[in-house]
Design a protein around this ligand. Structure first.
Ligand code: NAD
Length: 370
């Protein structure tokens, strides 16, 4: 059985609390021959700043490079609001994304049947929803140069951001989209603004050519990103994989997140290029939520987003598909039984804390794995 090298970076606030629930799953899987996971742990964010005056050390970065996957909790909190900008807690996460060249950000929006009423939309629109927003993460307007504010000298200033994409950047994110779709409902919707942006024209052209050349078996649709946003709330179930650039992806993935109800439920993955020899991609898995300082230390954080991030890791980094399916099913079953943390509490349900939610999911996972 291959050894899977995992680097655990719990971070700050509720990060260590939710990561503890994943550690239990890993220990159980190791003990029952469901994988050989070798784990190392490191500091990141504010906790790393307290110990080393940086938000991630070079030694931890070396471990991240050597690992098959990184599991990340959350960073930040008011305690570090006034630390220098370059060493603020979030800088550790940005360095991981940049140095590991994680250009593909996957955010699934899955509505668990038991939580369909927690969505801002009507139950029938979101029940059974299972889509992925795939966002290009290392290019586009957030990084393009020039990026300036110039004083025009007449009481006016001019701000410039530059939206820039090269063919290879669009092609590689497109390839991730089509490959993902092949393992799902075989449909990709590409979103851009080719009616007003040159990057949109190139995006559309490259996606179309890539589809013709390599992925004709997958259905490809194009939508303008603004009407795509409208369609996401009007009829979200029409989608399977939505692929889009960094800026539109930032917004569309937050819209999709709200379809599912709660921040404590949302996992994500960021993937890099496949290694030339092994075909393995560098990968980082993390919940979408932050360090939730308001509830940190109280034992009430919802660990589901972190556990679902681990399920994505099993699926995408280790190809442990049955285990990933079982873990996701275990989460759905526990919710069906009316067991809830405070953030997703509903009438008639039983409220539990972080540890009990983790234990209950583990027990359900054991049953499904038997
Ligand atoms: P947040 O996601 O930490 O919290 C927003 C709200 O959701 C809070 O009320 C919180 O209690 C609740 N919440 C979040 N996760 C939850 C969970 N698992 N269970 C139950 N409730 C949950 O966002 P914020 O308050 O805007 O930011 C707090 C800190 O986290 C800031 O320092 C911010 O910079 C940082 N942050 C970090 C990341 C990251 O590490 N990737 C992402 C977002 C924010």
């Amino acid at each position: 059985m291959p050894t899977h090298k995992l680097l655990l970076l719990p971070g700050d606030g509720i990060g260590p609390e939710v990561m503890a629930e994943v550690k239990k799953l890993i220990a159980w899987m190791n003990a029952h021959g469901m994988g050989t996971f070798e784990t190392e742990e490191g500091l990141v964010g504010g906790s790393c700043y307290d110990a080393h005056k940086v938000s991630i050390t070079d030694a931890t970065m070396a471990k991240a490079h050597a690992a098959d996957a990184v599991l990340f909790g959350a960073v930040g909190g008011p305690k570090w609001d006034s630390v220098p900008y370059e060493v603020r807690p979030e800088a550790g996460l940005l360095r991981l994304r940049k140095d590991l060249a994680l250009y593909a950000n996957l955010r699934p929006a899955v509505t668990y049947p038991a939580l369909a009423d927690a969505s801002a939309l009507k139950r029938e629109l979101v029940e059974g929803l299972d889509i992925i927003i795939l966002r290009e993460l290392t290019g586009g307007v957030y990084f393009g140069e020039p990026k300036t504010i110039t004083d025009l000298g007449n009481g006016q200033k001019r701000a410039v951001d530059t939206q820039v994409y090269d063919t290879y950047e669009i092609e590689r994110i497109g390839r991730v989209a089509f490959e993902l779709a092949r393992k799902r409902k075989n449909k990709v919707t590409s979103m851009e603004k080719r009616n007003v942006m040159k990057t949109g024209v190139l995006w559309h052209e490259v996606m179309t050519q890539l589809h013709q050349r390599e992925f004709k078996d997958v259905t490809l649709e194009h939508q303008l990103a603004d009407s795509g946003g409208m369609q996401l709330v009007k009829n979200p179930k029409q989608f399977d994989v939505v692929v889009t650039d960094n800026l539109f992806g930032d917004m569309l993935s937050d819209i999709a997140a709200m379809l599912t109800g709660s921040l404590g439920m949302l996992p994500s993955a960021s993937l890099g290029a496949p290694d030339g020899k092994t075909g393995k991609r560098k990968a980082l898995y993390e919940p979408v939520h932050g360090s939730a300082p308001d509830i940190a230390g109280k034992g009430i954080a919802n660990p589901i987003a972190m556990i679902a991030s681990f399920a994505m890791c099993l699926r995408y980094s280790f190809n442990l598909v049955k285990e990933a399916d079982d873990l996701e099913k275990a989460i759905a079953n526990v919710l069906d039984k009316g067991i809830r943390t405070g953030d997703i509490m509903a009438d008639g349900a039983r409220q539990v804390g972080t540890v009990e939610m983790g234990d209950t999911i583990l027990a359900e996972f054991k049953t499904l794995s038997a």
